[in-house]
Design a protein around this ligand. Structure first.
Ligand SMILES: NC(=O)C1=CN([C@@H]2O[C@H](COP(=O)(O)OP(=O)(O)OC[C@H]3O[C@@H](n4cnc5c(N)ncnc54)[C@H](O)[C@@H]3O)[C@@H](O)[C@H]2O)C=CC1
Length: 415
């Protein structure tokens, strides 16, 4: 039985026992859902031909998990048929609840791990495969295949349990990450037909939606590698099966993965936007202003303080854009905003201990900078460029450009 489906059923039974009201879509929508119908094929390691990440089989023969997985489409249909006509069978809701259950229930999580997709890392560098089109993607390996690879390379078999849960695919398949740093890198690469590529480089190579998934996996793996001991007692901490928490073996203190909140802001004076560079940035790259939140600060307070500290300006208004998890150098939670300052007070007073340079840029310069898709090489003429598309700085700059085009009477065109 598909664990996702089973858990969903159990949940429904529980809810019914509790007498909760249900307002749901007809079961027929679940029956004809391509997501549900496709999930069995994917769990059996058959390519479904759609979606950004597909499962990859790594040389292994049939086994019980595979057989069980091949029967899962039928079970999913039966399960869907049992759905009450008024129940809303949203696959998003069931996936979120499934993942939450796996975090709370070690036995279910272990069972899910044995019929899951796994992204491999080696010393925190993700495994990438080159596709036939010459692009790169992280292969979602079938867990039984990973187990066979581990055994062939001399691991005692317990390594698989070190995997951390990162989510559930749209095909209802639990997704995990595993760091195989204790095995020979070249041997794993040969077995899996790919290469371990440092995450920063991977960000430049990945074209699909997998970059945030890898960032999340790397962040969790790193957190486990650096959180083995309790900071209060000095004793070992033990993880749950999902890897969503660690508990001190002596005091019972519970630790959760940490992120540092950072505000990133694109300041505008109405005609121009403000970009800055640190001396550690690659040549020619400018970005939006960013800074870590101090303890106790609100987003707005951090934003105003950072702008005042770094460039000596006073912010007039703030609007929130979006957020992202940023893995470099460690886990930051980036809160992206736009801010305006008075056109009458635009003179910069740059703090050169933090920034090498900060400057106002007009629409034309920003438009050209966004067109630079790869960092200039050594010897190339100097050129202004901005962080690549996975970075929230890029999104803020793009948003500013599009708005500016409208306000200056031009045509909006997304690059
Ligand atoms: N995704 C994106 O588009 C962008 C992301 N960033 C990220 O934003 C973060 C902040 O940017 P910057 O201020 O330029 O970074 P930074 O690394 O230059 O840090 C500035 C100072 O903050 C302090 N600091 C370091 N880690 C801290 C933490 N965890 N909590 C509190 N203070 C800490 C240190 O004193 C450091 O010198 C960095 O992680 C950077 O990678 C920055 C620009 C664009």
């Amino acid at each position: 039985r598909s664990h996702c489906c089973k858990l969903q059923e159990e949940e429904e039974e529980e809810e019914e026992e509790e007498g909760e009201e249900v307002t749901e879509a007809p079961a027929v929508s679940a029956l004809s859902s391509p997501v549900l119908l496709a999930s069995g094929c994917l769990s059996a390691g058959i390519r479904a031909g759609s979606g950004p990440v597909q499962s990859t089989s790594v040389r292994s023969g049939p086994n019980w998990f595979r057989v069980a997985a091949m029967l899962s489409p039928l079970r999913i249909l039966l399960c869907a048929a049992k759905c009450q006509p008024t129940r809303h069978c949203s696959s998003f809701v069931s996936r979120m609840r499934y993942v939450n259950r796996l975090k709370e229930d070690d036995a279910s999580c272990l069972a899910a791990l044995h019929n899951s997709h796994i992204f491999l890392f080696h010393h925190l560098s993700p495994l990438l495969q080159r596709t036939e089109r010459g692009t790169f993607r992280p292969p979602a390996l079938i867990s039984s295949d990973v187990q066979s690879v581990l055994e062939r390379l001399g691991s005692d078999g317990s390594l698989l349990k070190e995997s951390v849960l990162i989510g559930c695919s749209e095909q209802n398949q639990a997704q995990f990450c595993l760091d195989v740093g204790e095995l020979d890198q070249a041997a794993v690469e040969e077995e899996c037909g790919g290469n371990f590529v440092e995450l920063r480089k991977s960000y430049f190579l990945l074209t699909g939606a997998e970059a945030p998934l890898l960032a999340k996996g790397q962040a969790l793996l790193r957190w486990h590698q650096t959180s083995r001991f309790c900071s209060a007692t000095g004793q070992l901490t033990l993880r749950n099966q999902a890897g969503s928490q660690r508990v001190c073996s002596s005091s019972g203190i519970v630790y959760y993965p940490k992120m540092s909140p950072v505000v990133i802001v694109l300041v505008s004076d109405g005609k121009r936007c403000l970009l800055a560079r640190q001396s550690s940035f690659p040549r020619g790259m400018y970005s939006a202003l960013a800074g870590f939140c101090d303890m106790g600060e609100s987003l707005e307070e951090t934003l105003c303080r950072e702008v005042a500290e770094e460039v000596g300006l006073e912010v007039q208004s703030i609007s929130y854009s979006s957020s992202q998890h940023w893995p470099f150098p460690h886990s930051s939670f980036m809160l992206g905003c736009h801010a305006t300052i008075s056109p009458a007070h635009t003179q910069l007073d740059v703090d050169h201990t933090e920034l090498e340079d900060a400057r106002w840029f007009g629409l034309e310069e920003i438009t050209s900078a966004l067109q630079v898709k790869t960092p200039p090489r050594r010897g190339d003429p100097p050129v202004l460029w901005v962080p690549q598309k996975h970075a929230i700085a890029n999104r803020l700059i793009m948003e500013w450009m599009n708005r500016q085009r409208v306000s200056e009477g031009g045509v909006t065109s997304r690059l």
